[in-house]
Design a protein around this ligand. Structure first.
Ligand SMILES: *[C@@H]1O[C@H](CO)[C@@H](O)[C@H](O)[C@H]1NC(C)=O
Ligand SMILES: *[C@@H]1O[C@H](CO)[C@@H](O)[C@H](O)[C@H]1NC(C)=O
Ligand SMILES: [Ca+2]
Ligand SMILES: [Ca+2]
Ligand SMILES: [Ca+2]
Length: 309
C-alpha cells in the first residue's frame, strides 16, 4: 500500500516534470501542449518570429479543442474584442491559406465572419480569429495580439535552464551565453535574446570580457561581419552617453573599455552597443545586421509551481 503510494507520487512528479516548459507558458491538457497569449499587438511577421524564438509556433485553430482553447485564452482580455492573429496565412501564394506548420485552412472547422473573406484592397493575406471564434482575412501588416503554442514533447532542460542547447554555461561567471551567427539588427537581436529568456550580453568584468573573447574565438573571423557582435548597451536617445539594457552606466556595470578611437559616432550616428573580437567596445549603427551574444542566468525560464498535484 505504502509502496503503491510512493510509486504513484513518483509518477505524478514525473508527469509534472513533463509539463514544465517555461514560466510564461501554461500547460493545457486539451491541446496536449503549452500556450501563451501575447497581449501586445504585433504585425504577423513579428508574431510568427516571436513564437518561433520562444520555441513555439503561432497558433492556428486546427482542431475544435484548439479553437476552444484560443477562445478561452482571449476571454476577458482586450484580445477578445480585437481578435488574435492566427498562424494561418497565404503569404506564399494568394488565397492558399496554410498554418505555419502546413495545415490547409480548408481542413480547419472554422467559420468566416459575415462578408469575409474579402481580400480587401488585395492585401489581406493573414487570418484573424475573433473572440467568438469566427475568422476573417486581414492585412498582415496590421497589428493584433496573438497566441503561441508548443506541442508537448519531452523537454530536457540543460544546466542553463532552457531546452536550447546553444546556451553554454561558463563557470567563470556562472552565466550562460549563446553566440548568434544569424545576423540581426540591434532591436531584433534584443527581441531574440528576450524571447529566449535571456538578454543582450552585458560585460560586467574583465573576467567576463575574457569569456567573450573565448566565445568569439570559436567563430573564424571571416564568418562574422566586421568582426563585431552586438551587445547589451545603447544610448537610449541620449547622444554620447551609454547605458546597459539593465539600466546601468558602463562603469557601474563594471566594464567600459572601448576600442581605441571608439566610440566614433560614424555618420549618420551610431547609437547601439557593439563589441570587437578582442572584447573592446564599439558604437555601431542600429540598422546594421550583425552577429550578437545573448546572456542568460541559469534559472530564468523554469519555475516549479502550481500545475497538477
Ligand atoms: C462574431 O463577431 C463578429 C464581429 O463582431 C460578428 O460580425 C459575427 O456575426 C459574430 N458571429 C457569431 C457566430 O456570433
Ligand atoms: C531592424 O530589423 C527589423 C526587421 O527587419 C526592422 O523592422 C526594423 O526597422 C530594423 N530596425 C532598424 C533600426 O533598422
Ligand atoms: Ca477581410
Ligand atoms: Ca554579464
Ligand atoms: Ca563605431
Amino acid at each position: 500500500m505504502c509502496i503503491l503510494l510512493i510509486v504513484s507520487i513518483l509518477l505524478l512528479l514525473n508527469d509534472n516534470e513533463c509539463r514544465q516548459y517555461r514560466y510564461d507558458y501554461k500547460f493545457l491538457l486539451e491541446v496536449d501542449g503549452w500556450i501563451k497569449l501575447h497581449p501586445v499587438p504585433a504585425t504577423w511577421e513579428e508574431a510568427r518570429l516571436k513564437c518561433q524564438l520562444e520555441g513555439a509556433m503561432l497558433s492556428s485553430p486546427h482542431t475544435i479543442n484548439m479553437q476552444a482553447v484560443m477562445k478561452n485564452t482571449m476571454k476577458n482580455t482586450r484580445a477578445e474584442l480585437s481578435g488574435v492573429f492566427t498562424g494561418t496565412h497565404a503569404r506564399f501564394s494568394k488565397g492558399d491559406f496554410y498554418s505555419v506548420d502546413g495545415i490547409p485552412l480548408t481542413k480547419m472547422a472554422v467559420s468566416w465572419m459575415p462578408m469575409e473573406p474579402d481580400n480587401e484592397g488585395n492585401i489581406e493575406e493573414c487570418i484573424l480569429m475573433l473572440g467568438n471564434g469566427t475568422i476573417a482575412d486581414v492585412n498582415c501588416n496590421d497589428v493584433y495580439p496573438y497566441i503561441c503554442y508548443r506541442k508537448r514533447q519531452n523537454v530536457a532542460f540543460t544546466e542553463c535552464g532552457t531546452i536550447d542547447r546553444d546556451y553554454i554555461f561558463d563557470k567563470r561567471t556562472g552565466h550562460c551565453y549563446k553566440f548568434h551567427t544569424v545576423h540581426r539588427n540591434w532591436t531584433r537581436a534584443f527581441m531574440t535574446c528576450s524571447a529566449e529568456g535571456a538578454y543582450l550580453a552585458i560585460v560586467n568584468s574583465e573576467t567576463e570580457a575574457e569569456v567573450m573573447r573565448d566565445l568569439f574565438a570559436t567563430h573564424p573571423a571571416n564568418t562574422i561581419k566586421y568582426d563585431t557582435v552586438l551587445v547589451g548597451f545603447h544610448d537610449w536617445g541620449e547622444r554620447g552617453t551609454w547605458t546597459t539594457v539593465h539600466g546601468q552606466t558602463l562603469e557601474e556595470a563594471g566594464y567600459a573599455k572601448f576600442e581605441k578611437g571608439q566610440p566614433d559616432a560614424a555618420p549618420p550616428g551610431e547609437y547601439c552597443g557593439g563589441m570587437f573580437r578582442g572584447a573592446t567596445l564599439n558604437d555601431v549603427w542600429c540598422h546594421e545586421s550583425l552577429a550578437f551574444i545573448c546572456e542568460k542566468t541559469v534559472d530564468s525560464l523554469i519555475e516549479w509551481d502550481d500545475y497538477s498535484i
